[in-house]
Design a protein around this ligand. Structure first.
Ligand code: HEM
Length: 82
């Protein structure tokens, strides 16, 4: 990672490296925990799984539409996936 930091940024390499460590830990364990918990809860509650399936199929007409742009569009209420 050395060489990525702009020498004029005023950020030391130690600060930069510490920020990467923070983002890696903050972003990975939280997301993994959410996904495993959500998967468990959906698989053990078929009625909730059916609701989620029906909402996803209502908003998107193909798997290709389900990407970050499509999800932002749907969550902002600006139509279906692109
Ligand atoms: C489901 C996923 C996530 C959950 C539940 C979650 C939860 C939280 C919570 C509760 C805080 C506040 C902690 C506090 O101040 O007491 C926080 C802060 C933070 N999260 Fe997340 N987070 C998630 C995903 C992510 C991701 C994906 C990233 C980065 C790639 C991230 C980076 C951070 C950072 C850097 C902070 C500190 C912000 C600050 O105070 O300056 N988090 N997160």
């Amino acid at each position: 990672m050395s060489g990525v930091l702009d020498p004029d940024s005023g950020v030391t390499y130690e600060e930069f490296e510490g920020t990467l460590d923070t983002i890696s830990v903050a972003g990975s364990e939280t997301t993994a925990t959410l996904l495993s918990g959500l998967t468990y809860l959906l698989l053990t509650n078929p009625d909730k799984m059916a609701t989620v399936c029906s909402e996803v199929r209502d908003k998107f007409s193909s798997a290709e539409q389900i990407d970050s742009i499509g999800i932002i569009r749907v969550s902002m209420g600006v139509g279906h996936g692109h």
